[in-house]
Design a protein around this ligand. Structure first.
Ligand SMILES: Nc1ncnc2c1ncn2[C@@H]1O[C@H](COP(=O)(O)OP(=O)(O)OP(=O)(O)O)[C@@H](O)[C@H]1O
Ligand SMILES: [Mg+2]
Length: 236
């Protein structure tokens, strides 16, 4: 049976679609088969060509049921469902059928307030800092806001996905033949931490024919109090 991950949240523009595609690309680069499932009626389906994952169009209720039923029959697959913003009923439905849930949020206090409400509503969900600043003082300030406002949820916050202008390449109908290395690395890093949450072994990268090398960006947990804490994984 495939694992189902949904990317939702009661706020538009937090990076759900981008994160869904980055995650699928990262899983593909790590040797896992995944499908990025579109449910947002305001978006067009994207061609799977050039991607490390397949894309599925589930913009109608029937299509979504079919895609989920199909995924449920596939072993070793991971289905990533991109929810649309501001659709609480749809979010509840997707939450009910998912193994894990990701809630991207940006650094604004408004996003943080919304993601806290969503974390309370969805106890199996993890918050993912999205479009996180790369400039170090801005990043420190964003981390401080999270530390102050979200300390009660610190064990449910994954490592941030940085702001990367290249991320929009994955939302193009057709992706370029070669994606920039920083994007591939960010995709892999996201894929890795989601596999950790799902308790799926990460295949050794050296066995894969992917030339990019990811710098080891992991700090000791004590130095990253806000980041994902390995000791608090969800048990299946
Ligand atoms: N990691 C990132 N780095 C830079 N820009 C990003 C990143 N993630 C998202 N964006 C940009 O932010 C905007 C919103 O992203 P996206 O469409 O993924 O959000 P969304 O949550 O799916 O929105 P909606 O609620 O409309 O479905 C887009 O312009 C996208 O290119
Ligand atoms: Mg979207």
């Amino acid at each position: 049976m495939a694992e189902i991950i949904c990317v939702i949240g009661n706020k538009g523009g937090t990076g759900k679609t981008t994160l869904s595609h980055m995650l699928c690309q990262g899983l593909g680069l790590l040797g896992h088969r995944s499908a990025c499932v579109l449910t947002d009626t305001s978006r067009e389906p994207l061609s799977p060509e050039g991607r490390r994952y397949i894309t599925a169009d589930a913009r109608t209720r029937d299509a979504l049921t079919k895609v989920i039923d199909k995924l449920r029959t596939l072993d070793d697959w991971i289905g990533v469902i991109d929810g649309g913003g501001n659709r609480t009923e749809m979010d509840r439905k997707l939450y009910a059928l998912s193994d894990i849930v990701l809630l991207p949020f940006r650094e604004s206090h408004e996003d943080i307030r919304t993601v806290i409400r969503d974390l309370e509503m969805f106890p199996r969900a993890y918050a993912v800092p999205s479009q996180w600043p790369s400039n170090s003082w801005q990043r420190d300030s964003a981390d401080r806001s999270v530390a102050q406002l979200m300390s009660a949820y610190r064990h449910r916050i994954l490592r941030p996905v940085g702001a990367l202008s290249a991320s929009k390449l994955l939302l193009q109908k057709q992706v370029p033949e070669h994606l920039p290395t920083p994007l591939a690395n960010a995709c892999r890093s996201l894929g890795r931490q989601v596999l950790e949450v799902l308790e799926i072994d990460v295949i050794d990268d050296s066995q894969l024919q992917t030339p990019e090398i990811e710098p080891e960006d992991r700090l000791p947990p004590a130095e990253m109090p806000l980041r994902f804490n390995q000791g608090t994984r969800r048990t299946h």
